[in-house]
Ligand binder design. Structure first.
Ligand code: FEO
Ligand code: CA
Ligand code: CA
Ligand code: CA
Length: 644
């Protein structure tokens, strides 16, 4: 998201990150056999890095694809021996009677029946349900936000475009947010979607949803339209997500502050609370003019009803999505699960903002594979924890429980609902570790180690570094590896434990050029990456990392990189796919047999002064008059076999 995510002025920042413990860093580094201090980290790590060229067999890597060369171009590129197929694009008709896409004659009604904008999270649920089919299934897709400048003719660029939006155009944008469920099939070697399938669904800002868990019904969740505080229309800025062992999808509301504005942001009774969540008087979108619920002065509680994890059944298009408040309210990047050895389920979730925190929720009860009904509301009861990292490679998970520690009336919390609605403030009081924008968090099924993408933080000063975020002005981000007790053992890991160990898996940037970059020593000139965002694991336990915020100055577009996580090729990242200019790569998702890798190519052409009329790319159609279109692609190996 260039305009929103990576325009650094639009990414919020925890205004008062705790001052960390500089002397602990040197200790941490020396434990890793390095010299003390961040400069030594650079020296020690980059001394080993060398340009080994693009070895076709990848040196000690188990990934055998010929590595791509870094590029920044109007077209995308995939490693030789593979082909990419466009599965579905913004505007493609999904539901019955949906018209073909015509960007010059678009309406909100049409858009609500067509594939939405800016695809992000991807999930693949096989068909028939319960099978392990890799040729047929349901694709679940988030539509995170809308790139106004690229959607409407003559609208111009940047902030001006959003101020020029007409009410009809704003309603189109509202209908282009949310999510899609689409039946997809591989026939004759090609992936496509099934129009008007009985499974197909659009979720928009008008979709009725239920609010459940400890904050449901709380006075701070009530509005004129919903005096019960238990029902809400739609979801906003759904970035990544996850799923559950019981077969539902989770979708994560992220930058929900972009949509609400009004004078109350500065003067109302919730002003301090709004500020902590980045809600300001002049919102990025200007929808308060069109719908009073986005106007704080008319509906001061509406923002409290966004910023949650939403659960729904992808196989039932009539199912009512549920906002699960027990998982806390913040800028959720996603929520991915790992089953602990006691059968309780942990959901890891990052709060994607500078100096914000890493969380996990652990269900109160084990899940029951034999009794689906018993799992239906498992996400309503459990404990939300926030991460506190220490030197020496240890960490603790601190519970956000009303009445415990500082989370009491003395600090303005009247209930667990308050703790969850203001999870950030509760985490501040507990002494959580301020991170470099936690994005996706995924557990490697092969080792039970947990990987945390920390995308970047250009505001961290040398005084603010901490053991798990050791670089000042961390513009390239890093990846942390958490090791829960028992990870790698036959009995399985204890994901509900309140402590774990940790390591830095990689640190982004170009080795030898960017301060502190850290990879396997054989990582090539094209294998380094910047701004890790989403990730996935193939069934061999290799990590595939997608990026958002690549190094344009170095001529590098966002892409997808793969690496072993164990063995001689550990942390040897290799470039597999490179996006068209302006796009980030989202939602890496393999089919169960690894023969297809789905990618969401989000905001192609969103760069600089690129507009509908003069876009920097017309990917993927490359037709005069057709703007760039965010699309889902499928990557397969030519001649068949596992990708990579
Ligand atoms: Fe929407 Fe954190 O990326
Ligand atoms: Ca993301
Ligand atoms: Ca992911
Ligand atoms: Ca991002």
């Amino acid at each position: 998201m260039v305009e929103q995510h990576d325009d650094q002025e639009n990414i919020g920042s925890n205004p008062d990150p705790r001052r960390p413990i500089g002397e602990l860093i040197a200790e941490r580094l020396s434990r890793r056999g390095l010299l003390g201090g961040a400069a030594a980290l650079l020296a020690a790590r980059t001394a080993g890095a060398q340009d080994t060229g693009n070895t076709p067999n990848g040196g000690p890597s188990t990934l055998s694809f010929p590595e791509l060369r870094h590029q920044l171009a109007a077209r995308d590129a995939v490693a030789e021996g593979h082909e990419s197929q466009v599965v579905i694009r913004w505007g493609d008709p999904i539901l019955a009677e949906a018209p073909d896409f015509d960007p010059r004659a678009q309406t909100a009604e049409k858009q609500a029946r067509q594939f939405g904008y800016n695809c992000d999270y991807l999930d693949f649920h096989p068909l028939p349900k319960g099978s392990r089919s890799s040729d047929h299934g349901l694709l679940v897709v988030n539509h995170e936000y809308t790139s106004t400048s690229l959607m409407f003719p003559g609208i111009g660029a940047g902030r001006q475009a959003r101020l020029r939006v007409t009410p009809d155009q704003a309603r189109i944008e509202m209908a282009a947010h949310g999510g899609s469920v689409v039946e997809v099939k591989r026939e004759g070697g090609r992936w496509g979607y099934v129009k008007d399938s009985r499974y197909n669904r659009r979720i928009t800002l008008s979709t009725p949803m239920r609010i459940s868990g400890p904050a449901a019904g709380d006075p701070r969740m009530r509005t004129k339209a919903d005096p019960t505080g238990t029902r809400v229309l739609g979801m906003l800025n759904n970035c990544a997500g996850g799923n559950t062992p019981w077969g539902t999808t989770l979708t994560a509301e992220e930058n929900t502050n972009f949509y609400f504005g009004g004078a109350a942001a500065e003067s109302g009774p919730q002003a301090a609370h709004y500020k902590r969540y980045g809600v300001v008087k002049d919102s990025l979108y200007t929808w308060g003019r069109i719908d009073p619920r986005f106007d704080l002065d008319q509906e001061p509680n509406e923002p409290n009803r966004f910023g949650w994890i939403v659960e729904f059944d992808p196989y039932d298009p009539e199912s009512v999505p549920v906002k699960r408040t027990a998982l806390g309210r913040f800028k959720h990047e996603g929520a991915t699960y790992a089953i602990g050895k006691d059968g309780r389920v942990a959901f890891y979730s990052g709060d994607d903002e500078r100096f914000e925190y890493l969380y996990k929720f652990v269900t109160a009860r084990p899940w029951d594979p034999r009794n689906p009904a018993a799992n239906r509301d498992l996400l309503d009861e459990g404990t939300l924890y926030v991460a506190q990292f220490a030197a020496g490679g240890t960490m603790r998970w601190l519970p956000l429980v009303f009445g415990q520690g500082p989370l009491t009336a003395a600090n303005g919390f009247a209930s667990q609902a308050d703790v969850l609605i203001e999870a950030r403030r509760a985490a501040d009081l507990l002494g959580a570790t301020p991170m470099d924008r936690p994005e996706d968090v995924e557990t490697n099924p092969a080792t039970n180690r947990v990987y945390v993408m920390l995308t970047n933080n250009n505001r961290r000063t040398a005084e603010q570094v901490n053991p798990a975020n050791p670089r000042a002005r961390n513009v390239h981000g890093h990846v942390l590896e958490l090791i829960p007790p028992g990870a790698g053992s036959r009995e399985g890991a204890d994901h509900s434990a309140t402590e774990a160990r940790w390591e830095i898996f990689i640190a982004g940037g170009k080795p030898g050029v960017d301060h502190g970059a850290q990879y396997h020593r054989a990582t090539s000139n094209d294998g380094w990456l910047s701004c890790p965002d989403n990730c996935a694991f193939d069934s061999k336990g290799r990590i595939w990392i997608s990026t958002d915020g690549a190094d344009d100055a170095a001529g590098v577009a966002d892409g997808l990189y793969a690496a072993d996580t164990t063995g001689a090729g550990r942390a040897l990242t290799r470039l597999f796919y490179q996006a068209p200019v302006g796009a980030e790569v989202c939602g890496p998702r393999f089919t169960p047999d690894d023969t297809t890798l789905f990618l969401a190519i989000q905001h192609p052409g969103e760069s600089g002064n690129s507009t509908y009329d003069r876009p920097s790319t017309r990917w993927p159609d490359f037709q005069e008059g057709m703007p760039p279109r965010p699309s889902v692609i499928a990557i397969v190996k030519k001649g068949g076999g596992a990708v990579g």
